[in-house]
Design a protein around this ligand. Structure first.
Ligand SMILES: Cc1cc2nc3c(=O)[nH]c(=O)nc-3n(C[C@H](O)[C@H](O)[C@H](O)COP(=O)(O)O)c2cc1C
Length: 319
């Protein structure tokens, strides 16, 4: 391989301009380096993965990492493209982009943490990075209560107590719709089904479902719990800025070797959160975040949720 590292993109069109057949050639080629997951679905390797041109032509994207990981596989894929006279192009790899992309792909919500502590310095560093987020008029609407150790445990105990009593408090803002519609209802059901399935909670086992829901208030045992608030002087639109801030925070945490789970469950008990943490009524409880080192052994942490393909949620025009 030359000095410059490049991604190789094999396009499903021959050099004569004909569409390459069979139509599932890309999936077949990628399956050589894929894994078959427990649920029988194929998980493609990030080194050889199917893609698509903006015009809808199938492609196979081959990362230069394949050359390092398996030079024979790299040669095989290259020979495949050459033997079938397929068009291919090389695009430069941007190391920062690769690292960011890997971080995005590795992040997923973790719902069981190790007790390993995370220092105040690390949390402050992550929050400082997240505060580089853009916000309308640079308003920076975020305010964070960072809780560890006894402070986190005390809030958790107060909330779990309320939850176990079956208490209800008025939500400060409607996060979930009152009535779910499709396709969101199915996605929500699938998440619950997959999560409970991994933990081994059978459908209808209400006591265990409740116990699992209650773990939200323990920040899923994370050593650090964050509570986010928004001053009520600010408007609903600022939740947009907040989402960017939290998004950046969880990506920074992931890149720092930590895991997280965003939680709106704390908005179920805003009065308790206000009272317990002495938060002014002027502040709206936006949600919380569990932060720490993931427990690699726990089945719920192996949940990798699906995403719709880009074409399903994007209208491309003028490309
Ligand atoms: C705003 C927001 C609120 C969420 N609230 C909860 C929650 O209260 N409890 C929970 O277990 N997961 C919660 N999640 C995590 C989602 O279930 C999760 O992000 C989604 O299923 C996608 O999975 P992934 O994060 O593993 O990619 C929340 C996520 C977001 C973005």
């Amino acid at each position: 391989m030359g000095k410059e590292i490049k991604n190789l993109i094999i396009v499903g069109i021959t050099k004569k301009g004909e569409t390459f057949r069979p139509s599932d050639w890309a999936e077949r080629l990628c399956s050589l380096t894929s894994l078959l997951k427990n649920d029988k679905r194929v998980k493609y390797s990030q080194l050889v993965r199917p893609g698509c041109t903006p015009a809808g032509v199938k492609t196979v994207i081959v990362s230069p990492g394949l050359y390092k990981a398996d030079p024979l596989a790299w040669k095989f894929v290259l020979d495949f493209a050459k033997d079938h006279n397929l068009q291919f192009e090389s695009i430069p790899v941007f190391p920062a982009y690769t690292a960011v992309a890997e971080t995005f792909r590795a992040r997923h919500s973790v719902r069981r943490f190790l007790p390993t502590p995370v220092s105040r310095d690390v949390i402050a560093e992550l929050l400082e990075l997240a505060s580089r987020s853009p916000s309308g008029t640079n308003a920076q609407p975020w305010k964070v209560y960072a809780l560890a150790d006894a402070a986190r445990a005390a809030l958790s105990a107060a909330l779990l107590d309320r939850f176990n009593q079956g208490a209800s408090e008025e939500r400060e803002y409607g996060y979930y719709p009152d009535q779910w519609a499709e396709p969101w209802q199915s996605r929500r059901r699938k998440l619950g089904f997959d999560l409970y399935g991994l933990i081994g909670i059978p459908k209808g086992d209400k006591p265990r479902m409740k116990e699992q829901a209650g773990r939200n208030f323990l920040f899923f045992d994370a050593p650090v719990g964050l509570i986010f608030t928004l001053d009520r002087h600010l408007t609903q639109g600022m939740l947009l800025d907040y989402g960017i801030f939290i998004g950046h925070l969880i990506i920074a945490a992931q890149a720092r070797g930590l895991a997280s789970c965003m939680q709106t469950s704390f908005t179920d008990y805003p009065d308790t959160v206000h009272r317990h943490l002495g938060i002014s009524e002027q502040e709206l409880i936006v949600g919380g975040l569990a932060l720490g080192h993931p427990d690699p052994e726990s089945p719920e942490n192996h949940l990798i949720t699906e995403r719709e393909p880009v074409e399903a949620f994007t209208v491309f025009r003028g490309f």
